[in-house]
Write a protein that binds this ligand. Structure first.
Ligand SMILES: O=P(O)(O)OC[C@@H](O)[C@@H](O)c1c[nH]c2ccccc12
Length: 265
């Protein structure tokens, strides 16, 4: 499975990274940094589905999605067109991202920035804070129950929000028991790479605590999709490919939000 491949490569990368940068060096810098931007509240727009717009050059399932990839330009247009937050892929080998992309995006925007990576070690949480992340992704399929709990605790201590990602009912039940407050339902099956919005519809109905912010992730392509999510009480949608593939990603976002189709598109 692709997830185990990515994690194996992450483990190697991390070993090298930890040799180079002691965690203490990160811990010394953190108290001098400005507070993170609030992520959870940004995802609650009354009567609307908030959009987390993603900057992503490539993916294991689709290969290169955007050849001329400029995360700063993307982020600027996303913010201009009303994104509620920006997700930045920082994984290098499979998604052709880079940690520096996150720092660049943070500099040119004023909305919260989510670090999209494969977090398997507390080191990466401190690193995310230093890079300028306001929120991090935690993938239930990649972590044990005690890690899920520990990582959310460390993140909270650093002022970072967590988007905790699930794909199955069992993962959801486990994540609910950790007290996660922002849950991402990934529509993509990591074995077949297929996306199916009905994954969100099925799992969303099992989240009865309305304090929890629910995010639908992957395979969201149109305003019709957004309307369906809204109808099911989903608070936010994480959208990558549909925007990044568009010749004009800002206009793509505008359309996704039901805005008028612009000339030239
Ligand atoms: O490009 P899409 O189909 O709109 O999907 C975006 C996002 O959900 C997807 O990139 C994603 C969801 N979970 C992840 C975990 C790691 C890397 C990437 C992801």
């Amino acid at each position: 499975m692709i997830l185990s491949k990515i994690i194996a490569s992450k483990e190697l990368e991390l070993a090298a990274l930890k040799e180079k940068t002691p965690i203490e060096a990160l811990q010394t810098v953190i108290p001098t940094l400005p507070a993170p931007r609030p992520f959870g509240p940004a995802l609650r727009l009354p009567g609307q589905v908030a959009i987390i717009a993603e900057a992503k050059k490539a993916s294991p399932s689709k290969g290169i999605i955007r050849h001329q990839y400029e995360p700063e330009q993307l982020a600027r247009s996303y913010e201009r067109e009303g994104a509620s937050a920006i997700s930045v892929l920082t994984e290098e080998k499979f998604f052709l991202g880079h940690p520096s992309h996150l720092t660049l995006v943070k500099k040119v925007t004023s909305i919260p920035v989510l670090r999209k990576d494969f977090i398997i070690d507390p080191f990466q949480i401190y690193e995310s804070r230093v890079l300028g992340a306001d929120a991090i992704l935690l993938i239930a399929a990649a972590l044990k129950q005690d890690q899920l709990e520990e990582f959310q605790e460390i993140a909270a201590g650093l002022g970072l929000s967590c988007l905790v990602e699930v794909h199955t009912e069992l993962e959801l039940i486990n994540v609910l028991s950790t007290g996660a407050s922002i849950i991402g339902i990934n529509n993509r099956n990591l074995k077949t790479f297929e996306t199916d919005l009905s994954v969100t519809f099925k799992l969303r109905s099992l989240i009865t605590n309305n304090q929890i912010t629910v995010v639908s992730e992957s395979g969201i392509k149109s305003y019709q999709d957004i309307l369906k999510l809204r109808e099911k009480g989903v608070h936010a949608a994480l959208v990558g490919e549909a925007l990044v593939r568009s010749p004009d990603p800002g206009a793509g976002l505008n359309q996704l939000k039901g805005g008028r189709v612009r000339e030239g598109l």
